[in-house]
Design a protein around this ligand. Structure first.
Ligand code: SAH
Length: 366
C-alpha cells in the first residue's frame, strides 16, 4: 500500500484510524513532512494568499458559563464592557484603512433584545460605511430569526465552534445549560440563513484523544463547513476546567504541536476551506506561533483592531498576547513576520472561501 501521507495528499479517502495517526505524529521529521504536504494542497486549492480579518472584541458580557472560558458569566473578577456603536465603527474604519478585507465582531453570547440590536446596528453601520468589507459574526447561539436578521442586515459569515464534536467531551467542558444538539442545530440554522459557516474545536482538552480529534475533522467535512477556526486549549486561571495533572512546558508544547497537526490534517482532508491560524497558537509561541500555523496549512489570520483599553478584559485564556499593542503595532509586526516566512498578504479582498463559491456554483448549476 502507498504511503499514508501520499494518499491523503492525493485526496484518496483515508480512514478514521489513519487520520488519527496523522494527527498524533510527534517525530519532528514526520511532522515536517505532514506540514509540507498540507502546504502543497493549500497552494493547489486556495493559493498562497493570507487573508487578514480585523478582530473587534465588542463585548465580554456573556450569558453562558463555559467551564474553560475567562469571560464566562460566573467570573466575577473581570470588568465587563460593551463597545458603543461609534467605537465599533471606529475599529471597522481602522480595518478598512489597513486594507484588511473583512472584520470579525466577536463577543460573549447574549440573546436579549438590546444586545441583538447592537450587533444589528453595527452590521448595518459597517455595511453602509464600508460596502467592500466582509463582515463575520461570532456572537454565539441565536435563534434562526436573529441569524436571518443579521444576515439581511449585511453580515456574510458566522463563526460558531462546536468546541468538540464528541458529545461526551462537550458535556464535560460545559455546564448543564449548554446543549450539544442545540449548538448543532444553530450551525444548520446559520447555513439555512445563507451565511458562510465556520466552526472548530479546542485542541488538547483534558482527556481528549487523537481519535476524538480525527472525528472532529470528519465532523467538519460532514457539515460541509466553509471555514475552520481551531486552536489549542489553554488553561484559564479563573475558569474551572483543569487538566488532571499540573501544567508543564512539555504539555504546552504537545498542545502546540497538536494544533499544527490539526491544521495540516484538516487542510489535507478538506482542501478548499479557509483555515485560521489562531491567537491561541500565538499565545503558546508569541514570536512565531501563527506563522507556523500558516506553514502548516492555514490561510487566515485575525489581527486585533480594537482599542487597547479593553484588551485585558477579554482574556478568554491566560497569556493572551498583544495586551498592550495597538492595532498599528500589531499590523506592522504581522507584516514583518508573514514576509519572513515568504507569505503573501492579500489586501483589500474579502477572501471568500473557495469551498463556499464552489457550493454556490453547484447550486446554480443544479
Ligand atoms: N461567545 C462566542 C464567541 C466568543 S469565545 C461563541 O460562543 O461562539 C470564542 C472562542 O474562544 C470559543 O469558541 C472557544 O473555542 C475559545 N476559547 C474560550 N476559552 C478558551 C480557552 N481557555 N482556551 C482556548 N480557547 C478558548
Amino acid at each position: 500500500m502507498r504511503d499514508l501521507l501520499a494518499r491523503a495528499e492525493a485526496g484518496e479517502g483515508i480512514s478514521l484510524e489513519e487520520t488519527a495517526s496523522l494527527v498524533a505524529r510527534e517525530d519532528e521529521a514526520a511532522c515536517r513532512a505532514l506540514y509540507e504536504a498540507a502546504c502543497r494542497v493549500k497552494l493547489r486549492y486556495v493559493g498562497n494568499d493570507v487573508y487578514l480579518r480585523g478582530l473587534i472584541e465588542y463585548s465580554n458580557i456573556c450569558a453562558r458559563n463555559c467551564l474553560y472560558c475567562g469571560i464566562r458569566r460566573g467570573n466575577g473578577r473581570i470588568r465587563r464592557f460593551e463597545l458603543g456603536l461609534d467605537e465599533i465603527l471606529g475599529a471597522a474604519a481602522l480595518a478598512e484603512e489597513y486594507g484588511y478585507g473583512s472584520v470579525v465582531l466577536q463577543g460573549g453570547e447574549r440573546r436579549d433584545g438590546r444586545a441583538v440590536e447592537l450587533v444589528d446596528e453595527a452590521v448595518r453601520g459597517i455595511r453602509k460605511a464600508f460596502p467592500g468589507l466582509g463582515i463575520t459574526l461570532s456572537c454565539g447561539e441565536q435563534s434562526h430569526d436573529v441569524y436571518r436578521r443579521w444576515r439581511e442586515s449585511g453580515a456574510d459569515r458566522y463563526l460558531l465552534r462546536i468546541e468538540s464534536s464528541s458529545r461526551e467531551l462537550f458535556r464535560r467542558i460545559h455546564p448543564a445549560d449548554s446543549d450539544f444538539d442545540e449548538r448543532l442545530a444553530a450551525l444548520k440554522d446559520l447555513r439555512a440563513a445563507g451565511f458562510q459557516v465556520g466552526s472548530g474545536v479546542m485542541i488538547g482538552l483534558p482527556r481528549q484523544t487523537a481519535a476524538d480529534l480525527a472525528r472532529d475533522i470528519f465532523f467538519f467535512r460532514d457539515l460541509d463547513l466553509d471555514m475552520i477556526g481551531m486552536g489549542p486549549w489553554l488553561p484559564q486561571h479563573d475558569a474551572p476546567l483543569r487538566d488532571d495533572t499540573p501544567e508543564t512546558p512539555e504539555k504546552a508544547a504537545r498542545r502546540f504541536r497538536l494544533g499544527l497537526n490539526m491544521i495540516a490534517v484538516t487542510r489535507l482532508l478538506l482542501r478548499d476551506v479557509n483555515i485560521a491560524s489562531t491567537t491561541a497558537l500565538q499565545t503558546l509561541r508569541p514570536a512565531d506561533g501563527r506563522e507556523m500555523g500558516l506553514l502548516a496549512g492555514a490561510n487566515v489570520i485575525m489581527p486585533n483592531v480594537g482599542a487597547v483599553e479593553h484588551r485585558a478584559d477579554y482574556q478568554l485564556y491566560d497569556g493572551k498576547p498583544d495586551l498592550d499593542e495597538n492595532a498599528a503595532a500589531i499590523r506592522a509586526a504581522l507584516e514583518r513576520s508573514i514576509a519572513r516566512i515568504g507569505g503573501h498578504i492579500a489586501y483589500r479582498t474579502q477572501g471568500t472561501p473557495r469551498h463556499y463559491l464552489a457550493r454556490l456554483n453547484r447550486l446554480s448549476e443544479g
